[in-house]
Design a protein around this ligand. Sequence first.
Ligand SMILES: C[S@@+](CC[C@H](N)C(=O)[O-])C[C@H]1O[C@@H](n2cnc3c(N)ncnc32)[C@H](O)[C@@H]1O
Length: 283
Amino acid sequence: MPVKPESAFAREYEFSEQTFQRLRRLVHVELGISLADSKRELVYRRLSRRLRALQLEDFESYLRLIEQRHPEELQNFCNAITTNLTAFFREHYHFDFLAQQLLPALERNNADTRRIRIWSAGCSSGEEPYSIAMVALETLGHLRDWNLRILATDIDSDVLEHARRGIYGGERLEKLDAARLLRWFRRVGRSRQYRVGQELRQLISFKSLNLIDPWPMKGPFDVIFCRNVVIYFDRRTQSDIVERMARLQRPGDHLILGHSESLLEVSARYRLIRQAIHRRLGP
Ligand SMILES: C[S@@+](CC[C@H](N)C(=O)[O-])C[C@H]1O[C@@H](n2cnc3c(N)ncnc32)[C@H](O)[C@@H]1O
């Protein structure tokens, strides 16, 4: 059967080039995300669900809501646009390095303050900060009177709600080995779902934060995980965010990016030490 060209498919809503450009500008202003041309269909698909939910007739009415910064719909707009793919122990070598190098070094270096701060920036539905918390307790669980806290932030209110609830099931648990599931999770009734145990949950503060807005935190953070987040931003926005992260860290602290992200032509404040792990340079 001959394949229909894209233009031959009838759309539920008219979606012109001008509409896409207006949406693209709004996404950049509100989220810092630079959408490629190839995202046109994805944007249409994700936002037409919002039009349906609001029973709007066309994208023009939706654009007006967002351009007027309607508070509730602005949050839904951000939630619809973000990509939240994540997994427990995603890019496992970062957690191996955390367990074998970073945390033991922090135990030695922070012995005077007994304080450790880790930030998971762009934490999505919580798998990243919970993986950090598991490794932290497995490695430093003997340090009973230490003040160890993990800040986990995201702009998307839906994934943050999921993260706070801490209930996972099905394929989300596949990357987790059975011993960890047994040790750190509790089964929800007789279901196939598991809830993260209290010991892990109490280490983490989940907060809403748009990385392109001013940040309330003062730091310093010993380790920042910002993985698979800045890849969606243009270089200027990346530079600005990394510079502000550098100001919340001291020389010797670590910034961990995703496997396809790099600081080349973005920041000279860090030195790459291995697989997207960067060490803050002085002063
Ligand atoms: C692909 S997920 C990465 C999750 C996790 N860090 C990992 O690597 O598995 C990217 C996350 O960044 C968040 N994000 C995108 N733009 C953001 C912004 N401007 N401020 C804060 N978070 C943002 C998204 O909501 C999404 O949850």
